[in-house]
Design a protein around this ligand. Structure first.
Ligand code: NAP
Length: 249
């Protein structure tokens, strides 16, 4: 632990699994007190326990971020937050003509509206306390649309647009806002893909492999730290290079 974030409170949405779990563990290792968010109380308790076992501080708040009232309650229960990591997200892949209204709404509500409402609720407090940090987790599909990932990519492209907007709106108030755009990463979410799809997408990158969640979390931890004090409005791609995003056999 190097304690670059001692005295800070971080809210990590979707921290009960995958990339969010890795981010929560790393921010806690840097000294931040972490508000672990998700829906699953058992996995939430395990994330908190893992952080505490490593000597860190954490507590769990359950909320369904597809529900806007629950997002507002999450912000209220999180309290004073210095670092907001908008990580909770869903990907439901289907061709445009087969995309259901429910899949459209769920992805927009979870991936776009929830980060928007959390920024509305939490950034004024950051400004009042002299500054803060927002990191939005997007995807390489936001900038390189891939067949079947239309609304998913569009929800994250909108979040990247808001990232640049918020960097401009809040910069002189001491709040930095950036996005980290992962490529294909091994998580419980992508483990549920049809056989070999995530590995195939990994083989399609310039590095020829998928990422581990920790490799994404390292970049989030850096951008949330004082070492990144002049990084604002950036989209940091962590995608292994060669972003065609086509599965390779
Ligand atoms: P994951 O393994 O499916 O985990 C998703 C996390 O988000 C879980 O903690 C889950 O909590 C939470 N979550 C999902 N919907 C929620 C909701 N409605 N309310 C509350 N919590 C919710 O996901 P992941 O693969 O780590 O992805 C994390 C982020 O990275 C997402 O924004 C995703 O779009 C982005 N990303 C992932 C990849 C990849 O290849 N994995 C690539 C690019 C971008 P519970 O299970 O407790 O409900």
């Amino acid at each position: 632990m190097t304690n670059t974030l001692t005295g800070k409170t971080a809210l990590v949405t979707g921290a009960t699994a995958g990339i969010g779990y890795a981010i929560a563990v790393q921010l806690a290792a840097e000294g931040a007190e972490v508000v672990v968010h998700g829906r699953n109380a058992e996995r939430g308790a395990k994330t908190v326990q893992d952080i505490e076992n490593a000597g860190g501080k954490a507590r769990f708040v359950a909320a369904d971020v597809s529900n806007v009232a629950d997002v507002r309650r999450l912000a209220d229960e999180a309290g004073d937050v210095d670092i907001l990591v908008n990580n909770a997200g869903i990907y439901r892949f289907a061709p445009t003509v087969d995309t259901t209204d429910a899949d459209f709404d769920d992805q927009i509500d979870t991936n776009l509206r929830a980060p928007y409402v959390l920024v509305q609720k939490l950034v004024p407090g950051m400004i009042a306390r002299g500054g803060g940090n927002v990191v939005n987790i997007t995807t390489v599909v936001a900038s390189t649309p891939a067949a079947g990932a239309g609304i998913y990519g569009a929800s994250k492209a909108a979040l990247e647009s808001l990232t640049k907007l918020w960097a401009d709106e809040f910069g002189t108030s001491g709040v930095r806002v950036n996005a980290v755009a992962p490529g294909p990463t091994q998580t419980p979410g992508t483990a549920a893909f049809e056989a070999d799809l995530i590995e195939g997408l990994g083989r399609g990158t310039a590095l020829g492999r998928t990422a581990e969640a920790e490799e994404i979390a390292h970049v989030v931890t850096f951008v949330a730290s004082p070492a990144a004090s002049y990084v604002n409005g950036a989209i940091l791609t962590v995608g292994g290079g060669g972003q065609a995003l086509r599965p390779v056999a």
